[in-house]
Design a protein around this ligand. Sequence first.
Ligand SMILES: [Zn+2]
Length: 316
Amino acid sequence: MLLSNFAANAELKSELSDIMKHHALPHAVIIDGAKGTGKATLADIIAQYCVCTSEQTKPCGVCSGCMKAEKHIHPDIFIADSTLSVDAVRKIRSSAYIVPNEAPMKVYILLNCDKMLAPAQNALLKILEEPPANVQFIMTVQSASSMLATVRSRSRIFSLFPAGIREAAQIAAAHFPDKSPEEVSHAAQICDGNIGMTLRMLQNGGEEALRLAEEIFQAITLSSEYPLLTLTGQLASDRAFAVSVLDCMTEIAADCVKASFGVSVPSPVASSVAERYSKKRIAGISENILYARKILNTNVNLNLFCTWLCSVLRTY
Ligand SMILES: [Zn+2]
């Protein structure tokens, strides 16, 4: 993808385009932004710029370097998407001193650095302090504050923001031509204009997951426990579906918290929950949903999970 096709973030794109034009990219960059704002896509674009062999504007998108970068098969682009240990960082450090295979420079893309521990970050800092020539580091993180101040000070931070509901809906509509405009726009609204989340929500029965998530929220406020028990019970049949529903519930819960502080939110369900419950109770529900989402990553028994979820949503 070319920078011009990257959604939203006009100010950042203009800044980055200027930097590329003047060959002034700092040797380390941190891309920060919420999940789904396009951090990995932007990292790919910067990597493509670094390995592009065109004499003209880089990245050209058509040279062999650009094509290989796009397919993630470029020998000079190293991508790590896990929590790096000190040893892994040391390996990167020694390989960084080896000259590139075919590109003008070597690129290290370190995705999701949020959980990188201080010793590993300190090992990384050693490379950033005395970077080998022709090496580019690109780190992505949900919040730059997860990185040590010393690492941040040696990096340029590019912050990404959600595209906005209208643009997210337009992009999602192009990805899912079979979905109705109402479905697409509803998903974009619930995801508050976050493109990645909107696309994920629309994938694999996402609209069904969204519908169930909204019904669960409505049922939380009812006096009888039975409807909530029946609805949460629907999560027991399929773990992947349960994950999608919990992801949608996480989004709705975030809207409930915002609405409880008087912020206008697009989700009518979130607004109505915020009207009925205290801030403390909403915060409690939200925390329990986040906890429930984490539990789904484990090998939990789904039937027990559903009963537990129903009880914590009601009794908090
Ligand atoms: Zn190129």
